[in-house]
Design a binder for this molecule. Sequence first.
Ligand code: N01
Length: 541
Amino acid sequence: MSSAQSNPARAAEAYDVVVVGAGFAGLYMLHRLRGLGFSARVYEQGGGVGGTWYWNRYPGARCDVESMQYSYSFSEELQQEWDWSERYAPQPEILKYANHVADRFDLRRDIQFNTRVERAAFDECATCWSVTTSDGKTVEAKFVVLATGCLSNARKPEIKGLESFKGPVYHTGNWPHEEVDFTGLRVGLIGTGSSSIQSAPIIAEQARHLTVFQRTANFSVPARNAALMHEERSAFRKNYPEIRRFAREVARNGIYTEQPDRGALDDNDDVRRAKYSARWGRGGLTFMYAYNNLGLDRAANDTAADFVRGKIAEIVKDPDTAKLLQPNSHPIGTKRICVDTDYFATFNRPNVSLVDIKTNPIQEITANAVRVAGKDHEVDALVLATGFDAMTGSVARIDILGRGGQTLNQKWAEGPKTLLGLMSAGFPNLFIITGPGSPSVLSNMIVSIEQHVDWIAECLTHMRMRGLTTIEASGEAEEKWVAHVNEVAEGTLYPQANSWYMGANIPGKPRIFMPYIGGVGVYRRICDEVAAKGYEGFVME
Ligand code: N01
């Protein structure tokens, strides 16, 4: 029995670890904790497992990382047995996979669904966390792990009159579980990020008319999605040891692909065009891996951006619409590049129109229309594809009190501060999975999730073996890490974009590049070295 459970004098329920969230991070964390003999309780606000893939059920939702790579590697049997049907898995299949994992490893009995963690307060005398949930209960935990996700706090825009709209209003990040049928309806779609770019072609097929309201034109490359053939799956499975090793240790973004060895300006126009064309033809996120300096050098980046702008002009027949769809406000890739199926071609349909809300922002939403520049665009339903309060939003919704009663929101008021993205000074025994300051959203999330979960699991085992009860990031080490994260970001083009990576999509949010851009391989080595040096930079007692 665990020591937390064996202390009857304290709260009625006590665990070694409380995990917040039953997405891919929470599920694997629970599995590891169980295997190590720690008692654990997972709280999940949704009615099922899957996190992102539980909530984002909008038409066309699928992962932009290839399914054979966007999957757990911790179980050889699982990765050999699970059959992905397409190159990019659709949301229902990823959700099915999450459910399969929960059943296969018998995880559900330690997960409480439909329950939010509202508050977590650190008791300095008892060195434990008091965790209060939405069902009014309080439990104790020696450790808390926030597996709350990075894009899990769907954000409704503040647009005048939105509440007065009479038709249904959907948010892509919080889509209904029952089927939504747009047949015969005029649909207004606000936003042109990944969620919009995936859903627009499908909605356009169904709706009487689709009006897309665009504030910032976005770069998107074709997915070239296709059914996965048995031979392709077999080849992957055979090579999994090398593919997984490469994704963890070599690839910057946790995705196995050939790494470029030269910069875009090292080739002449013809060679460059041939390389971009080949990547465009192959499809997918690795378009940005045509050269090794697209994220670093503006002139190099411009060559890729020009190529994509040229493709948009080729695809979209109406020159005015094509011009509007050509992004020119940010270097390509500095906002998460989108991966689409027929997005730009959708604007050739007679039932689709594009409205520029950059030059003339939405004035107001009325009972049946979106008003722009004095013109009412009549719609029967609205889809908000307006994104998330990314990386910190879901953590901020929990009232987290650390040493001296300081809240995490107070501490992070000027921007998130962490050591390695894993812990924040003043908040002992509180871990974050894929938090700000780690590669997180810049990577194949499952690769980063597994690395963090394994690191935390090994850390807890280290502490148990030595009879240690607390671990906390030192303020000094944290300051150094934050400075390093900023310095690496400043050396790239990323801070030039008003992206959610920068918190720029949330009015009033501090403008700080939140993820660590040094690459997953480099980051893993740093984390491993820290652990090998007795958790250097962390204070353990
Ligand atoms: O959200 P976004 P998303 N008035 O923030 C606009 C992942 N993801 O849900 O750019 C008008 O990217 C906003 O305009 P602007 C992926 O990492 C992955 O699409 O701020 N417009 C923007 O166009 C992705 O990056 C997958 O000027 C407003 C859009 O809404 C991340 O999730 C699929 C507005 C928001 O775009 C987020 O993607 C889907 C306002 N008040 C998502 N507020 C795949 O795996 C915001 N906008 C493929």
